[in-house]
Write a protein that binds this ligand. Structure first.
Ligand code: ADA
Length: 566
């Protein structure tokens, strides 16, 4: 399934999950194979197949589709890892870079009958890829998130974006909706927006291939606010009627009436102070890579909630929309960030860098805008925030994201105290620190934090909320030793106990995010020396979601803190 709720009642949608023909290729790009030797399940990654465990390169996925009627069709790809070139009956119709953001391609005037859809996928590293690099997480290969085929009319609702805000006891919902005429003829119709019993309509007149964005503000008097305790969601129905009165298209979004604000050193949700307790979570599983099955997404949230967490950081890229849907439904708070980990000047100077970052910013915000669970946007995890070059890129991304969504605070996790030049750009300050692991000892945690906070104040940013966005220790699953040294499960449990005892109760700490929820595969090309099992072993559960000793320690710490907050 492509989302956790029905998004269309008018638009005809065929989900293309299931078997696709598959063939790896070392031929020059664009040479579509004449035969396919394998079948692969979509969503999925080719590393799940015994023949492709470490395959890095290009491969082709192919499906023959039966188009029921003469019409325009729209192909939606929720995630292709990491670069897609799409062909329709052998003709290139579109390209997309980045495994972690969705894209769609419209093919006008398709004749009814059988047609061939081919996706050329490339997960190789090189000058064509600035964000997917050999990193402390793995870049898989495949159609790793769902794919769908939509039969569309002359015009379609391209997107609906809703921003709730409190007006005393009332709620205002500012709605933007973009309607596009995909036809070569003028279009005339009416757009009707309905939410929580309130309805507004707007006449639509479009020239051929023209798009228009409609903006309306609705006032709601009788809605239940969305919060972690009451994650109430309301369907927002957008329906496009043609002048003959028939529905031509529709799009259903879900709205949570909540407002997120930063006020001084506080993060406020519906004007109540938030204390965030949670994890950094990579999308990775032992057998399915980044194509995380729905059951594992649910298990991940069940286990994080069982440990008393209320918060997850999507390290280090936009997440699968079905996971974000689950967070909306459960009231689980999310720091979603664009795709970047430890990108330095050499990467920032790559020809493709600025466009790949800008595309990711725009696609992340425009596709994930309506998730009430997302309470902040993050940029540039541990990137070059200490140089003028880096500062320029931080400024560009933050300005771009704020223009697309002024309703959410923006943060960036840094690891460069005393050097970082970007804190003044941020609404929320966040640092990744590993005292007791990469340096220092367990009894220096508090002093280390105070020194960091002093510097943050000296930099003029002490009046902002602060999140400990990463801290943790590696533990080889199953390695137990009475000497409790590093890499044992005992040491990881000891470090997290010592860390949470400080961070959960420090008056300047608004949130804690353990690094990390589960063990994840890393790019062995570069990381095998410091990553036993070629895995990042700092998970509180391993890659099969088997709890380590630290699980019960974190559970006790988070649950105790949650009780004290009440
Ligand atoms: C950094 C980085 C994480 C991970 C972590 C670690 O803070 O942001 O992605 O690499 O270090 O495990 O060392």
């Amino acid at each position: 399934m492509i989302r956790m709720f029905q998004r269309h009642k008018v638009r005809n949608v065929e989900e293309l999950d299931g078997y696709w023909n598959f063939e790896p290729s070392t031929a020059p790009a664009g040479q579509i194979p004449g035969a396919y030797g394998y079948k692969m399940l979509v969503p999925g990654v080719w590393e799940s197949h015994p023949g492709f465990r470490t395959y890095r390169g290009r491969a082709f996925f192919e499906r023959t589709l039966d188009c029921a009627a003469d019409s325009a069709y729209r192909f939606v790809f929720k995630g292709v890892s990491h670069t897609a070139t799409v062909y329709w009956d052998g003709r290139e119709i579109g390209r997309h870079y980045n495994a972690f953001t969705p894209f769609a391609i419209v093919v006008p005037e398709v004749k009814a009958g059988a047609h061939q859809l081919v996706v050329e996928v490339d997960n190789s590293f090189g000058p064509h890829s600035a964000l997917h690099q050999p990193n402390d997480y793995y870049t898989y290969g495949g159609l790793s998130r769902p794919v769908a085929m939509e039969r569309i009319g002359a015009a379609l609702i391209e997107g609906v974006w809703a921003t709730p805000s409190q007006r005393g006891k009332l709620w205002q919902l500012h709605v933007r909706a973009t309607v596009r005429n995909v036809d070569g003829r003028p279009y005339a119709g009416r757009l009707v927006l309905t939410v929580a019993g309130v309805e507004v309509a707007e006449e639509i007149r479009l020239r051929p291939h023209q798009a228009v964005t409609v903006e309306r503000s609705l006032r709601l008097t009788d809605v239940t606010p969305w919060s972690p305790d009451t994650p109430v969601l309301y369907p927002l129905n957008a329906t496009l009627f043609s002048d003959d009165g028939k529905p031509c298209d529709d799009l259903i979004e879900r709205v949570g009436f909540r407002e997120i604000r930063v006020k001084g050193r506080e993060i406020l949700l519906n004007r109540r102070q938030l204390k965030l307790r949670g994890f950094n979570r990579h999308e990775d599983t032992a057998d399915f890579g980044c194509a995380v099955p729905l059951a594992v997404m649910q298990q991940d949230l069940d286990l994080m909630a069982d440990m008393g967490a209320n918060f997850v950081r999507t390290a280090h890229y936009p997440n699968d929309e079905r996971f974000l849907d689950m967070c909306d439904e459960r009231g689980f708070l999310v720091w979603e960030e664009h795709h970047a980990r430890a990108l330095m000047a050499d990467t920032m100077k790559m020809k493709v860098f600025s466009k790949q970052v800008a595309d990711c910013d725009r696609e992340m915000v425009l596709n994930h805008f309506n998730h009430p669970a997302i309470i902040m946007w993050g940029v540039f995890n541990e990137c070059e925030s200490f140089s003028k070059l880096g500062l320029r890129h931080y400024e560009a991304s933050i300005k771009r994201i704020r223009a697309l969504d002024p309703s959410r605070p923006i943060t960036a996790a840094s690891c460069y105290p005393r050097q970082d030049l970007t804190l003044g750009l941020l609404d929320i300050i966040a640092f990744n620190r590993y005292p007791g692991w990469y340096w220092g000892s367990l009894d220096t945690l508090g002093a280390e934090l105070d020194t960091l906070l002093e510097w943050i104040s000296e930099s003029g940013n002490g009046n902002k909320p602060f999140i400990m966005s990463e801290f943790g220790a590696g533990a080889i699953p199953g390695w137990r030793a009475a000497r409790r040294t590093k890499w044992t499960e005992e040491y990881q449990a000891d470090l997290l106990q010592a860390s949470l005892d400080v961070y959960l109760y420090h008056p300047r700490v608004n949130g804690t995010a353990i690094w990390q929820y589960c063990d994840v595969r890393v790019a062995e090309e570069e990381w095998f020396k410091t990553r036993p099992r070629t895995m990042n072993n700092k998970g509180v559960v391993d890659e099969y979601r088997r709890p380590k000793l630290a699980y019960e320690v974190v559970k006790k710490c988070f649950q105790t803190a949650a009780m004290r907050k009440k």
